[in-house]
Design a protein around this ligand. Structure first.
Ligand code: UD1
Ligand code: CA
Length: 456
């Protein structure tokens, strides 16, 4: 079998993005665009992946880690010059090399696989992945001979008016015979409008030398979108979003309105779960089967069990058990762990807290830095007073305890097993097992007092 290598071009500054974030690190559905490209390449079982980095090199390397090898292109003199930088790593190897731009995140593994297969079958020295564009403006155009043979590529800025009429474009993805690629790169010149060394010129040079140059046309133009500015970024986001939604729907997830549901590339969702409109599933979130999420829920980097409901709520970096209900209008902040059959009701904020099985905080509460056991009922309006202005303190509420409405639990404090706190209490001392704590002013009735005040 032929060895296969990949070169990913990611050194450009991306001036047209007008951003302090390097272009290839802009996320599409929550994942940096260059990481989409690399992950799709990794799906192909390629022998070596080399990423050309320049602007923001460190950030790009940090983001991709060990998924790739890296070469620095110190000055961005063009795409051919970029590929040339990989010579010291792979220049003297036999095999086929696929070159992909780091700004084309929609290209699928299947398409790259078909391109490589086509290249190897035809025995061409260079194969360009092309597509017919509705609006080819900005792309390189493919010039073919009368017999349909690919002759060369011409960049938009160098094209004659007649050439600009051509709709078959260079997608920026290519396959080359590896050795031939690096030999031919040395012959590329920069005598063009932009004064750059153009990678697609390799194809023209080879053709002129009598080598076979081929094109493989994909029928899905959207796959080849090169993100140069934020308008195309939004377009790519929408294509990718729909692709991710389709994958989940095919796996048995119901998405009421795919256009109004945002699922990150990394999320996992179990079958028969229903996602209602306005829902965002972000980061590395895992959702079990038979859940009901939304409308308007945001779940980030969290794990949700089975049969759980998250209604109009925000869940961040937390774990939620099975058959639990959250919301409407709850906020589960990072490092929280809600067990099974838990109920978190409306206008409840939970921060860095644990709730055991069957515990309930149903209305209008703040639970912070708190350990709650099983079957605990926390009444409406209860506040754990965790902050003394300098430090945060822990509240512990053990199994089967019952906290009356509108209580303040001043941490550090422990409510032991089965203890009760009377409604309206401010608790500053531990409450022993099965005791009742009342921490409020005793009520006094002054009979007839109102009439006495009433002067007329
Ligand atoms: C390029 C192609 C064009 C094709 C289009 C498809 C050339 C000359 N033109 O144009 O034919 O239709 O892609 O999207 O190749 N880069 C480097 N180092 C450099 C220059 C660029 O690493 O010195 C990287 C960029 O980061 C980017 C990629 O190469 O990921 C493509 O560069 P870009 O400037 O976006 O090329 P286009 O003008 O889009
Ligand atoms: Ca581009």
């Amino acid at each position: 079998m032929t060895n296969t290598y990949a070169v990913v071009l990611a050194a450009g500054q991306g001036t047209r993005m007008k951003s302090s974030l390097y272009k290839v690190l802009h996320p599409v559905c929550g994942k940096p665009m260059v990481e989409h490209v690399i992950d799709h390449i990794r799906g192909l079982g390629i022998d070596r992946i080399v990423t050309i980095v320049g602007h923001g090199a460190e950030r790009v390397e940090e983001t991709l880690g060990e998924k790739s090898e890296y070469v620095l292109q110190e000055q961005q003199l063009g795409t051919a010059h970029a590929v040339q930088q990989a010579e010291k790593l792979i220049g003297d190897l036999d095999g086929t090399t696929i070159v992909v731009c780091g700004d084309t995140p929609l290209i699928r593994s299947e398409t790259m696989e078909a391109l490589i297969a086509h290249h190897n079958e035809t025995g061409a020295k260079a194969t360009i992945l092309t597509a017919n564009a509705d609006d080819p403006t900005g792309y390189g155009r493919i010039i073919r001979g009368d017999d349909g043979q690919v002759l060369r590529n011409v960049e938009q800025k160098d094209a004659t008016l007649e050439e600009q009429e051509i709709v078959e474009i260079n997608t920026g993805t290519y396959c080359f015979d590896n050795r031939v690629l690096f030999e031919t790169l040395k012959k590329v010149r920069n005598d063009n409008v932009q004064g750059e060394y153009y990678l697609p010129d390799v194809a023209g040079i080879l053709q002129a030398e009598g080598a076979l140059v081929s094109a493989y046309m994909t029928d899905d133009f959207s796959e080849t979108l090169g993100i140069n500015d934020r308008v195309i970024l939004a377009e790519a986001e929408s294509v990718m979003r729909r692709r991710i939604a389709d994958k989940h729907m095919r796996n048995g997830v119901t998405i009421i309105s795919p256009d109004h549901t945002y699922i990150s590339a990394a999320a996992e969702i179990g079958r028969d779960t229903i996602l209602q409109p306005g829902t965002m599933i972000e980061g590395h979130t895992v959702i079990g089967e038979n859940c009901l999420i939304g409308p308007n829920s945001q779940i980030v980097d969290s794990v949700i069990g089975e049969g759980t409901t998250v209604h109009s709520s925000v869940v961040l970096a937390s774990t939620v058990g099975s058959t639990t209900t959250v919301g409407p209008f709850a906020h589960i902040r990072p490092d929280s762990n809600l067990g099974d059959k838990v109920k978190i009701g409306n206008f409840v904020e939970v921060k860095k807290s644990t709730l055991g099985e069957g515990s309930k905080v149903s209305h209008l509460s703040y639970i912070g830095d708190t350990k709650i056991g099983s079957r605990v009922n926390v009444g409406c309006g209860t506040i754990t007073v965790n902050y003394d202005g300098t430090n945060k303190h822990i509240t512990t509420i053990e199994d089967d305890a019952f906290i009356g409405c509108n209580s303040n639990l001043i941490a550090p404090v422990t409510i032991e097993k089965g203890a009760y706190v009377a409604a309206g209490s401010t608790i500053t001392k531990n409450v022993p097992e099965h005791s009742l704590a009342i921490g409020r002013a005793r009520q006094e009735n002054k009979e007839g007092y109102v009439k006495k005040l009433n002067l007329n």
